[in-house]
Design a protein around this ligand. Structure first.
Ligand code: GNR
Ligand code: NI
Length: 172
């Protein structure tokens, strides 16, 4: 197990469309383990491979309460159905430090993905998990939560996040 450094805006890897995983190898399983450790350490409720500089279609999520963690590892996840009903949730992103905004998305989605055993599986996601899985699959397509809000709010969040990163990095 190992922690992997998280990539921040405006790194272009966050805007790239990630490549499908062609084979579920020990390397893929190791990376998912390391991504889970990195997510818990951050802490966050989800992490996509581009956020650790790997442009491949891999995500991890855990939206469970601390007493009952529920880790999901997904390879090549795809949304196959979206509800007409929408929900507005406050989102943040580990790649856009210390900023949040309300984002409107389908309230429920059905996701199809490959497990670490290499078998296909479906999962119905609701509530926070639905927002999280859509946020993570967006990352695989180079999309960030700020792309779902007004330009005014987006520009403010980007400006504040870059300022935060400058302060943390001690730049001029
Ligand atoms: O930690 C995170 N919280 C969160 C809250 C609401 C909707 C999505 C998320 S995902 C985010 C971690 C992250 O940046 N994942 O890509
Ligand atoms: Ni994110």
């Amino acid at each position: 197990m190992a922690l992997i450094p998280i990539i921040f805006i405006p790194d272009p890897v966050l805007r790239r469309v990630a490549a499908p995983v062609r084979e579920v190898t020990d390397g893929v399983r190791q990376l998912l383990d390391d991504m889970a450790e990195t997510m818990y350490d951050a802490p966050g409720i989800g992490l996509a491979a581009p956020q650790v500089n790997v442009s491949e279609r891999l995500i991890v999520m855990d939206c469970g309460p601390d007493e009952a963690p529920e880790l999901h590892k997904m390879i090549n996840p795809e949304i196959v159905a979206r509800s007409d009903e929408t929900a507005i949730l406050e989102e943040g992103c580990l790649s856009i430090p210390k900023q949040t905004a309300e984002v409107k998305r389908p309230a429920h989605v059905d996701v199809r993905y490959i497990t670490i055993d290499g078998t296909e599986q479906m999962m119905r996601c609701e509530g926070l998990l639905a927002a999280c899985v859509q946020h993570e699959i967006d990352h695989l397509d180079g999309v960030l939560f700020i792309d779902h809000i007004s330009r005014l709010k987006r520009d403010m969040i980007v400006r504040r996040a870059l300022k935060e990163l400058r302060q943390v990095n001690g730049d001029d």
